[in-house]
Design a binder for this molecule. Structure first.
Ligand code: AMP
Length: 621
């Protein structure tokens, strides 16, 4: 069964497709066609995590007439959290419907601003009962045209003492409306509401939610090994409210990733065997109390940690033992919540991934690493959400408000909002401008098989073709000029300003070289290095052109460096721009350099290749 077959409209289909909903969940199969096609009301025994929001949300949105601003649907939720969550889910579903507005109204937040928003007319109201009743009494909501009423988590509303409020609210909505009641249990008071207010309700009982693993979504991203950290950051950036554990293979990796995340401004910390018991306790306490969003840990270190509300588990490295994957992913999707288990793999880990899929009996779906657009959109929504939720302490701000109001009086509300958003968004825009695609193309998915090796060989020969997400640059010096990768890196580091240049593959030829830089960085590199002097030879760079014959365009430098000079220059390059940290390992198993900012991911893989067939000087520091 597909959503289309259930009768869901195209614009809604597009939105749920964006969310990655592939097939309807059982509650959706029951409720959607009923609400779209049948007259009678619905009572559904379904819990959180069963997909009930889309079950009532999609058909409800489909029934809204956007040619009028009159309120047509009313959803009651027990708590402000749930109210905001429901409104946010509905907004996701409605993103392709023009002129549709959804407003959450709940206690503990300024009623004045809610009244102002209601004044503009909203077709869908998601409310907590107490606040809605308050608004009804002040005559600020008009419910005469409501045609759908949904009681979400009715038993929770009962537990919170809202039954009288609900009964009163229901007297204010028209007799002729569809009503849906969702509840995990059916106590007498809820059954009474159904009997008193619903017409010939059809009952659906949806399976329990605690079939633990069914609450966990399994997805994976496939990137180059060198891009794993970049991918991790993007995955986290696209989930601003993430609360999860990043699993690594070794304690050194846990420490390295946590350090990098902290340096890059994330709320993360590491849990590994090198910490003292007191340090471990402190980290775990911080994480349990949600003062820490991301815990980077090895499987062994995370053993003693029992936390219920994790939203995500990220396997930065796949475990060797499939059972360990089960333990990892079983840490999310608990206590009726849903969770996602994410694997970040490189192409050679595909076989392992397949074995895990077989072991858990589920498909691990491939996803594309979030791009700038998605990340910025998610961050804007998170900020908007924060703006809605922030507690305004009137007394605390009273003293500061008048001068601020005076200073900003020339700005309209919209201008202020734009500036507020820009404060956050500009940083992201700067970071993600021209960010490359990190996903490995399908054709490399066969990993190390013969065909792939062949393809790689071909690509390496045709050195004018850049890797995915990179651009190739030609430079008129090569090995014959004593020009090697460290020279290139040093020159780039010393002569470019602004964000670090992302370097990729470097192919050194006799009289010229070709190298990859991340999309968007090429012109900066070309103009920084062009016309510099390299041992008496004026440098020339351009975008590498496919099909152009570069042989002979470089020529030899008038002053060729001898071997000793070359090694000295190379050593200087390493010590100037790079630190050598023996624990880091490159693909080839050799220690991997990183710059002082610890941004190992931006450094070129080509650097780690042995160029002269000799071991690198161990004393290099
Ligand atoms: P709910 O019970 O509405 O809180 O939904 C539980 C979770 O399931 C939410 O994270 C939804 O985004 C997700 N969800 C709902 N319907 C589907 C579906 N058909 N396919 C995949 N995920 C879904």
């Amino acid at each position: 069964m597909t959503f289309e077959e259930l009768g869901v409209r195209d614009d809604l289909l597009r939105a749920i497709n964006d969310l990655g909903y592939l097939a309807p969940m059982p509650v959706q199969e029951c409720v959607i066609p009923h609400l779209l096609n049948e007259e009678s009301d619905v009572v559904a025994l379904a819990q959180t995590g069963t997909g009930k929001t889309a079950a009532f949300g999609l058909p409800m949105l489909q029934r809204v007439d956007t040619s009028t601003r009159a309120t047509q649907a009313l959803i009651l939720d027990p708590t402000r959290e749930l109210c905001l969550q429901t409104a946010s889910d509905l907004a996701d579903y409605a993103k392709y419907i023009d002129q549709l507005s959804i407003l959450p109204v709940y206690g503990g937040s300024s009623i004045e601003s809610q009244i102002r928003a209601l004044g503009k007319g909203v077709q869908v109201i998601v409310a907590t009962p107490g606040r809605l009743l308050d608004l009804i009494k002040r005559k600020k909501v008009k419910l005469e045209q409501v045609n759908t009423v949904i009681l979400d988590e009715a038993d929770e509303m009962l537990n919170m003492g809202f039954v009288d409020d609900i009964n009163e609210i229901l007297t204010h909505v028209p007799e002729q409306r569809k009503m849906l009641l969702f509840s995990a249990t059916m106590p007498k008071e809820i059954a009474d509401i159904a009997r008193n207010y619903m017409h010939d309700p059809k009952e659906f009982v949806i399976g329990t939610r605690n079939e633990s693993s069914s609450n966990v979504k399994h997805i994976y991203y496939m990137v180059r090994a060198n891009d794993k950290y970049l991918a991790l950051k993007r995955i986290v950036d696209a989930r601003p409210r993430i609360y999860g554990i990043v699993f690594t293979r070794t304690r050194a990796q846990a420490k390295e990733i946590a350090d990098n995340l902290i340096q890059d401004g994330y709320n993360a910390d590491a849990l590994h065997g090198d910490l003292s018991q007191a340090q471990r306790d402190a980290v775990m306490k911080k994480f349990r109390e949600r003062n820490l969003q991301l815990l980077v840990a090895t499987d062994v270190a995370a053993r003693g940690l029992d936390v219920d509300n994790l939203t995500h588990i990220i396997s930065y490295a796949l475990p060797d033992d499939n059972d360990i994957y089960n333990h990892r992913s079983g840490r999310t999707g608990r206590a009726g919540k849903t969770g996602t288990s994410i694997c970040i793999i490189h192409s050679r880990e595909q076989r392992k991934l397949k074995a895990i899929e077989k072991h858990i009996g589920k498909t691990i779906e491939r996803r594309e690493v979030p791009g700038p657009e998605e990340i910025i959109e998610k961050q804007i929504f998170a900020l908007t959400d924060q703006l809605e939720r922030v507690e305004v302490k009137e007394d605390e701000i009273a003293a500061y408000l008048p001068p601020v109001l005076k200073k900003l009086s020339w700005l309209s509300g919209e201008d202020l909002l734009k500036r507020l958003l820009s404060l956050e968004i500009n940083r992201l825009l700067d970071y993600y401008r021209d960010a490359p695609v990190l996903d490995l193309p399908e054709k490399t998915e066969r990993g190390r098989d013969k065909g792939d090796r062949k393809a790689r060989g071909k690509r390496e020969k045709d050195s004018r073709v850049a890797e995915n997400g990179y651009e190739r640059v030609f430079i008129n010096v090569g090995k014959g000029d004593g020009f090697f990768a460290p020279d290139l890196i040093r020159m780039i580091n010393q002569n470019t300003h602004g964000p670090q240049v992302g370097l990729g593959r470097i192919d050194l030829l006799g009289s010229y070289s070709l190298f990859d830089v991340r999309l968007g960085d090429a012109h900066r590199v070309i103009s920084a290095l062009k016309n510099l002097d390299y041992f008496g030879k004026r440098l020339y760079l351009e975008m590498a052109q496919e099909g152009k014959d570069y042989a002979g365009t470089g020529g030899n430098a008038p002053l060729k460096r001898n071997r000793a000079e070359r090694r000295r220059a190379e050593r200087e390059a390493w010590s100037d721009d790079l630190e050598f940290e023996p624990r880091r390992r490159g693909r080839s198993g050799k220690p991997r350099p990183h710059n002082r900012k610890g941004k190992a991911e931006e450094l070129p893989f080509a650097m780690f290749r042995k160029k002269d067939g000799k071991k690198k000087d161990k004393k290099r520091k």
